[in-house]
Design a protein around this ligand. Structure first.
Ligand code: D5M
Ligand code: FE
Ligand code: ZN
Length: 481
């Protein structure tokens, strides 16, 4: 304990006072230079009233940080895959998944005026019409060779192949993701092949974001990796104790969102045990519980899993199962959701997705990289899908309903996974990659991945002003925007 704190405690005790543990918590975070004055004044006042206990209320009144009861902290779960998971069997399952993806995205694109001319692939197969036509489907192949680019799409009626000559459109084809939904404008060419004249993505319209009525803040966090040797425990605990401090922003925080990889897990990558401090899931979750318990109880904590957390690996992921640690589930202010999830915080809609698909997208798409995750997030919004590529590194379960389609436009899109905190805006949607609280791992060193861990991002849900705090002592470690 700091000597200044010991001094004021002894002072109060000698005057016959008791200090409530909640009051003590506040005292621990008070500027030490002010401690003595605060205690002496409270002791003098309360002695007059003949009340010999110093409680939280006394300190909050004195410090002017009394909780504002008008600040709302309302969470609604708008979408969570946990109870919706109904995985199909084998080929039948995948057919159902892709048919659900196609139907949902066709409905989304139907809002565009061009869609009135939309035809099924089968119906244009033998056409002799010279008019322009529109078809849509999922990208099955893109073939970019010398000057000729071919694109193959599939809809429930069949398969369509088109050729692209235009340079700009050829570049667009390069950025399309396999299994992504697109609409194309086509003409019949001279030798009865189809020529693609335009490629239209479902995309999002310009968005006017919803606001909280009161000036409440939400904190955006991801990739704690509790249990790993590289979890920045000291820095993270410093941030957590700031949440109880008299800082005016801290006093207005009502939500903490954790976007996956809360624990490091067990057996996630080869020889992981050499990099773990806690060797079992149970121990890692126990530690998590201790950490989360330090967050003030008037703050709702939303926990979503990532690829390191227990449950299942394939997307969509259910919430971390109860069987490992019931107390985390039972904490009054903790809400466990699956990946992806959409939550409403005082009416502000946040879409949370861990971001597994970024790995596949970065590897196959020119112009996208790990150090600019919000660029990939824009790509996902344009595709209106969180993980289009099937059959690569990111496992996707053959759900009867495709729960990874972005059906509604969120106000905030929150992602993690790549350990690079970055902010951006796209058509009125705030994009947040909340980075990590894990130092660079030997794997990341080996592949030249430089994380910027230890940054807490906070958003004022009334004004959408963004703040951040950097707990990393390395001065090169900065938030990108
Ligand atoms: O992933 C953090 C980042 O590091 C994410 O972009 C994937 C990448 N990563 C981590 N381990 C591997 C292996 N073994 N192969 C390829 N890419 C990897 P995280 O989910 O925190 O481990
Ligand atoms: Fe991670
Ligand atoms: Zn991850």
């Amino acid at each position: 304990m700091k000597k200044e704190l010991t001094f004021v405690l002894n002072y109060a005790l000698n005057k016959g006072f008791q200090i409530h543990p909640d009051a003590f918590k506040i005292l621990e975070n008070v500027d030490i230079g002010k401690l003595e004055k605060i205690i002496k004044e409270i002791v003098r006042e309360k002695t007059k009233q003949k009340l010999f206990q110093i409680n939280q209320d006394d300190l909050e009144t004195y410090l002017g940080i009394k909780e504002d009861p008008t600040l709302q902290g309302e969470v609604k779960i708008l979408s969570d895959p946990t109870t919706k998971i109904t995985t199909g069997e084998g080929v039948k399952g995948y057919n159902a998944l892709f048919s659900s993806r196609f139907n949902k995205l066709k409905k989304i694109i139907s809002d565009r005026p061009e869609s009135r001319k939309l035809k099924s692939i089968a119906s244009i197969k033998n056409t002799k019409s010279e008019d322009e036509m529109y078809v849509c489907g999922l990208v099955t192949t893109k073939n970019i060779e010398r000057k000729i680019t071919k694109l193959v799409l599939e809809d429930p009626s069949g398969s369509f192949e088109g050729i692209i000559f235009d340079d700009e459109l050829q570049k667009t084809v390069g950025t399309l993701l396999t299994d992504q939904f697109v609409m194309v404008r086509v003409n019949l060419g001279k030798n009865s092949g189809f020529i693609i004249k335009d490629i239209i993505l479902p995309d999002i319209p310009d968005h006017v974001f919803n606001k909280s009525e009161t000036e409440v803040y939400a904190v955006f966090l991801s990739d704690l990796h509790i249990g790993s040797k590289y979890f920045m425990e000291e820095e993270f605990m410093e941030f957590v104790s700031w949440l109880s401090s008299p800082d005016p922003v801290a006093r207005k925080i009502r939500f903490v969102l954790i976007c996956g990889d809360i624990v490091d897990g067990v057996g996630i990558y080869p020889n992981q045990d050499k990099e773990l401090i806690s060797l079992t899931i149970e121990k890692q979750l126990k530690k998590t519980e201790m950490v989360i318990d330090q967050i003030p109880k008037n703050v709702k904590v939303i926990i979503m899993p990532g690829n390191h957390d227990p449950g299942r690996r394939a997307l969509p992921q259910p919430a971390i199962p109860k069987k490992h640690n019931s107390s985390l589930w039972e904490m009054e202010n903790v809400i466990m959701v699956g990946n992806p999830a959409v939550v409403s915080l005082n009416g502000v809609k946040v879409m949370m997705f861990h971001g597994q698909s970024i790995d596949d997208i970065v590897k196959t798409t020119p112009g996208l990289s790990y150090d600019k995750p919000t660029k990939v997030m824009k790509h996902l919004l344009k595709a209106r899908h969180l993980s289009p590529i099937y059959g690569s590194q990111t496992p996707i379960a053959p759900e009867i309903e495709d729960l990874l389609v972005i059906e509604n436009v969120p106000d905030i899109f929150h992602v993690g996974h790549v350990h690079r905190a970055q902010l951006d805006m796209y058509k009125g949607v705030l994009l947040i990659n909340s980075g990590s609280w894990q130092k660079q791992t030997p794997f990341q060193v080996s592949v030249g991945m430089t994380p910027n861990p230890g940054i807490a991002i906070m958003v004022n849900l009334k004004t959408f002003q963004v703040f951040h705090q950097n707990y990393n002592s390395n001065s090169n470690n900065i938030l990108q925007s």
